[in-house]
Design a protein around this ligand. Structure first.
Ligand code: EPU
Length: 420
């Protein structure tokens, strides 16, 4: 078992390169299995979730050839199995994309129910409803989902709730359905657009990704394509908050500043100075920070995946801050851990009220999920003394070289093996 040891109160200064987006990579990789030819995917983050998806592709009979740390060639041209019911699949949430991709290519798919971070109910009913609307029969059976159809036929689909996963999954299946599909009330997240862009490079006909309505004209086959994944909006946000929480001065590079607008606006409101470049943002925090109110929403709203990191920052700002979590019904498990470092937070349903404290005090805490782990690191960076963070495996799912990137900025952070 590995853990992180962080000695806090070091000001972060310098530059950090942001990796490719986890949540785009875990959709684009399964999309690659739909092609009759090879794809070369660049700027993939070197993280556990990507390894897990690649292992799944290989177990299905496809080839994943690592060209370098961030480039993988996917070759499923010889055909692959349509059953992904093995253990790897249950480990991550995004394995649900194999349902849409296999259904598109083979008109049949069997996939184990997704796992991933545990923060309350994480249904996939909207995905399945979408597949049914395209003409598939969908059966749920002890731990896996089976979907099959003689043919998929395009249809108008209205999403009851904005869902990133359902939007992408239905888009995957509809790409190779007969006729036209429209997805209304679609998610607009950058990774929805990234997946659509990659599919279009493979020969798909998808318009409107990034708006509320996506229109897909089905095609018979897809070719492989060379494609570079977008930068990770959430990793970028985490380093921006790291700069702010340590009173630092950090240039966050290789990002799309537009994707950061909701966070940038909040940091400015808190008194952080920002300088935006073409593909970078410099974050400078040399004044006392004030608390603000934050409501998570689907894109372009404030991302739920930055909510725990923001709570870590708001806990040491002046005054009272209120966070409203509108996306997930139960994403405050980490608060108990933050309180071990001294945070004062009151939870009432989806609302967290945070009373600012002067500083954190190092303690032993647990990363209860991926973004919770990021929040623990951030709080530890600002804490007096040493913080021990357990549950590092969650952090490794989504953050590439986290301790190396932070050390390069001046943090005192070490990964050690816990022999006890
Ligand atoms: N929902 C349903 N039914 C469904 C699907 C979703 O009711 O069939 C509900 C969910 O319960 C939730 C809301 O809709 O309340 C939004 O869920 P969404 O489907 O958008 O989430 P997701 O696609 O499963 C992705 C990210 C999450 C991120 C959410 C919201 C991936 C692999 N995961 O999950 O990322 O929190 O969108 O932006 O893309 C993370 O990276 O740490 C992470 C958890």
């Amino acid at each position: 078992m590995e853990k992180l040891l962080v000695k806090g109160r070091k000001r972060l200064v310098g530059e950090v390169m942001i990796s490719g987006a986890k949540n785009a990579a875990v959709a684009v990789l399964p999309a690659a299995i739909m092609a009759g030819g090879k794809s070369v995917l660049e700027n993939l983050p070197n993280i556990e979730d990507v390894s897990c998806i690649c292992n799944t592709i290989e177990k299905l009979g496809g080839k994943c050839i690592h060209k370098d740390k961030h480039t993988i060639e996917i070759d499923c041209s010889g055909g692959i199995d349509y059953c992904a019911t093995f253990e790897e699949v249950q480990r991550i949430r995004a394995s649900y994309y194999f349902l849409g991709a296999l259904l598109a290519r083979y008109k049949k798919a069997e996939v184990a129910m997704p796992g991933g971070c545990n923060f309350g109910k994480r249904p996939i009913d909207l995905h399945l409803k979408g597949f049914r609307a395209l003409g598939a029969t969908v059966e749920e059976e002890c731990g896996f989902v089976r979907a099959y159809a003689d043919k998929l036929v395009g249809a108008p689909i209205y999403m009851d709730q904005v869902s990133v996963g359902a939007t992408i999954n239905i888009m995957l299946a509809a790409t190779m359905a007969e006729g036209v599909t429209t997805i209304e009330n679609a998610a607009k997240e950058p990774h929805v657009v990234d997946t659509a862009n990659y599919l279009n490079m493979m020969g798909a006909n998808i318009k409107g990704a990034g708006t509320d309505v996506i229109r897909i004209i089905g095609v018979e086959k897809l070719n492989g394509a060379q494609y570079a994944i977008i930068p990770d909006q959430i990793e970028a946000g985490t380093y921006m908050i790291a700069a702010a929480i340590t009173g630092g001065d950090v240039l966050v590079k290789n990002i799309i500043p537009k994707h950061m607008d909701s966070l940038t606006a909040k940091l400015v409101e808190m008194n952080v100075k920002m300088e935006e470049g073409d593909d970078s943002i410099r974050v400078m925090a040399n004044k006392p920070l004030r608390g603000v109110n934050v409501k998570t929403m689907s894109y372009p709203g404030f991302p739920t995946d930055l909510q725990p990191q923001m709570a870590a920052l708001l806990s040491i700002c002046n005054g009272t801050s209120v966070i409203t979590e509108n996306v997930w019904e139960n994403r405050y498990q980490y608060i108990e851990e933050l309180c071990k470092l001294g945070a004062k937070v009151d939870i009432n349903g989806r609302i967290a009220t945070i009373e600012g404290i002067p500083h954190y005090q190092g303690a032993k805490v647990e990363a209860t999920d991926l973004r919770a782990g990021a929040a623990m690191i951030l709080a530890a960076l600002a804490a007096e003394g040493t913080t021990q963070i357990d549950g590092v495996r969650y952090i490794d799912r989504g953050y590439e070289d986290v301790e190396m990137k932070l050390s390069a900025l001046g943090a005192d952070i070490q990964r050690v093996l816990d022999k006890g």
